[in-house]
Design a protein around this ligand. Sequence first.
Ligand code: ZDP
Length: 313
Amino acid sequence: MVIGLENHVHRNPSGMSIVYPVLLLRVNNVLEKIATNMDFAKYHGLGNDFILIDNRLSSEPVLTPEQAVKLCDRHFGIGADGVIFALPGHARTDYSMRIFNADGSEPEMCGNGIRCLAKFLADLEGKSNQIEYHIDTLAGVITPEVKLDGQVRVDMGEPRLKAVEIPTTLVPDLEKAIDRPLEVANQSWAVTCVSMGNPHCITFVEDVAAVPLESIGPLFEHHWAFPQRINTEFIQVIKRDYLKMRVWERGAGATLACGTGACAVLVAGVLTNRCDRVAQIELPGGILEVEWSATNQRLYMTGPAHCVFTGKL
Ligand code: ZDP
């Protein structure tokens, strides 16, 4: 049943305002918004790719999770690992970020995604100087800074380590899961669990290329020990300051990079004395620089973000 029509105004990257109608439908008692003629931009950070939507005029995403799933499809849609919405900020923030994974689930945070969002906002605002944004996310306020060389450095905040914060049932609620055995595919893996707002399970292996990611990734993701599911990182330590990583993401599968994952990996490497507090992390899509500050315990991640193309839905 059609219950109304709203006009939404969007500004495209060249600053032009576009008014597009949004039909409000109620189907099976669920409110659906179908937008037409809406601008989108496609960005990627090391091949971890996102559809960016200028949602600055409304505090709720203008697309539903179901629509996001369709847009993320690589054959029937635009193709992406997730859809990111740039929403208005609150008292102490410039903007807010919401994200839907390719399967329609909503993660708390997204490291590569927030770099893309910062670039998208700078492009929308026509800024070419160095610029810092304070962004509200479901994991708290995150601060990306677009540098003059185009790289984006993000203050990703402090890691959370208590089992209840991950969440995991692998150890009692207030304990940390560090190098703990986890049974997956009839094999025992030593895993360390770290939350960067979203949950990660890290395991160090001899040869990261030999990991059968497509078959064991889903078994980690849906393991009973992780009630909110989990992102899983397989890591090979090349040197104390250079790690090789492959990732199976919750709700998105094997992706080319994962920013929150790279931060969680550095924390796991330091806690188990496998690496230094500053390291380069090589992902299938390229290299991220990550630092876990010994002074304030916050993580700083630096990497690229690029616009691939813009279009209309
Ligand atoms: O936690 C999750 O469900 C992830 N799939 C969110 C996306 C994380 C991401 N790859 C990152 O870079 O942190 C975007």
